[in-house]
Design a protein around this ligand. Structure first.
Ligand SMILES: Cc1cc2nc3c(=O)[nH]c(=O)nc-3n(C[C@H](O)[C@H](O)[C@H](O)COP(=O)(O)OP(=O)(O)OC[C@H]3O[C@@H](n4cnc5c(N)ncnc54)[C@H](O)[C@@H]3O)c2cc1C
Length: 400
């Protein structure tokens, strides 16, 4: 049986491992973190298209049960005017809408499924080097370990070492002009928001929230901010970020200031980057998936779902292709245009989120938003994001 080394145990890593195992590969996953982090990275939107991939792994119901169904996004202006509702899923099928779930839960569901399938996951294994020959690929790790396989799949996220091995000239992630922050809170008297998330184009920063049935609030803010190092943002204490946010959102409508007043714990603080066009997704026996080759900013709510789509597509291509080179080429052909279109879509949203300092700019933005949102809510033009089915059984490249 051929052996595939999979680097990264985030979203794409365990998913690609499960699908490759189904296609007959012997797989092993290597993750840099020393152990799973149940609270890693707040929460994220798993869109209809990502849920469809999870369904094919038998994991959809678990994620939906632990998440917050959010088929609608309700938009508000800085003055508390309801601007419109945007579908977060196929416009006319809210029952197939997207779900917001803690990132740690999504990671756990995928990781445990891989472990139950007998797939070894090695923690504390940070990939440092890749060497290839005609017949094999060898990965070396920071702890001195070395392993050899027929293929290596980089599912190592936006800072991917695999991407740099594939192409040392590959573009680096680009900064969106926004810093992401978020966390959890409980606000006395704040009603749950079933079937919806709420988004507020605040006066001086963008804010989103939802309230689960048990009263727990998930919130995030996208702060217009000069480019800064990730480490510098991380070094800012949570209390200082919260003080900044409480000030920036002080004049925004209920319940934004109230949520921030009750927010406690970690709030993150990371630059929102994206990666629009990576020319080469593979070289020799090495290929990359997910954020490693097309990171979209969180504004599209699609990063995890694209990673899942990549996972099933790559495995189908390897199952059906005559050899790995043809499979990798077909995989990139099938995925690249869609992934880049989603990155572009998220960039367009970010332009609206960035806050101008001028009062006139805010007035113009608030006047334009209802027009933009009305078009989005009234028709099905975003359905291309969600109605993207990738059936495992369907053959690739002419195979039935
Ligand atoms: C705050 C935030 C909010 C987001 N919100 C959403 C959202 O609402 N909806 C959505 O779909 N997406 C969202 N995203 C994006 C989403 O998280 C990513 O698109 C998704 O996780 C990509 O999956 P991945 O497996 O490619 O990468 P990741 O999930 O980042 O996983 C990469 C893994 O590789 C490991 N790794 C990295 N380098 C190495 C190495 N050298 N050796 C071994 N292991 C390594 C990492 O530790 C990590 O576990 C958000 C992202 C952020 C940061």
């Amino acid at each position: 049986m051929s052996r595939a080394l999979i680097i990264g145990c985030g979203v794409a890593g365990p998913a690609v491992a499960l699908f490759l195992q189904r296609a007959g590969w012997d797989v092993e996953v290597f993750e840099a973190a020393d152990e799973p982090d149940a609270y890693a990275g707040l929460f994220l939107n798993v869109a209809t298209n990502g849920l469809s991939v999870l369904e094919q792994l038998g994991l959809r119901d678990q994620v939906v049960a632990e998440g917050h169904r959010s088929p609608h996004m309700v938009m508000w202006s800085s003055t508390g005017r309801e601007l419109g509702t945007v579908p977060n899923g196929p416009a006319r099928e809210p029952e197939r809408g997207s779900v917001v779930v803690r990132r740690g839960i999504l990671h756990r569901v995928l990781r445990e499924a891989a472990q139950h399938a007998g797939i070894p996951i090695r923690f504390g294994a940070r990939l440092e080097g890749i060497e290839q020959s005609d017949a094999a690929v060898r990965a070396t790790f920071a702890d001195g370990r070395a392993v050899t396989g027929e293929l290596l799949v980089g599912a190592d996220g936006v800072g991917s070492a695999t991407r740099r091995h594939i192409d040392p000239e590959a573009p680096a992630p680009a900064y969106s002009g926004l810093v992401g922050l978020g966390g959890f809170a409980r606000v006395p008297g704040l009603a749950p928001t079933p079937e919806a998330q709420h988004m507020v184009f605040g006066r001086r920063s963008f804010f989103g929230y939802l309230v689960r049935a048990d009263g727990e609030v998930y919130w995030f803010a996208n702060l217009t901010h000069a480019a800064s190092e990730r480490s510098a943002l991380r070094a800012v204490p949570a209390e200082r970020w919260l003080a900044t946010l409480r000030d920036l959102h002080a004049d925004d409508p209920y319940p934004v200031p109230q949520i921030l007043a009750h927010a406690t714990g970690e709030v993150g603080g990371y630059p929102i980057d994206d990666l629009a066009h990576v020319p080469n997704w593979s070289r020799g026996r090495v290929v990359a998936v997910g954020d490693a080759v097309h990171a979209t900013s969180p504004s599209a709510g699609q990063g995890a779902s694209l990673a899942l789509e990549d996972a099933i597509t790559l495995a189908r291509c390897l199952r059906d292709g005559p050899d790995h080179a043809a499979a990798f080429a077909e995989y990139q052909r099938l995925r690249q245009a869609r992934a880049e279109a989603v990155v572009g879509y998220a960039r367009a949203i970010n332009r609206r989120k960035r806050v101008t300092r001028s009062r006139l700019g805010i007035v113009i933005r608030d006047a334009m938003l209802p027009m933009f949102l009305r078009t989005a809510a009234d028709d099905t033009r975003n359905d291309w994001l969600y109605n993207h089915e990738i059936p495992w059984e369907a053959g690739v490249g002419g195979r039935r």
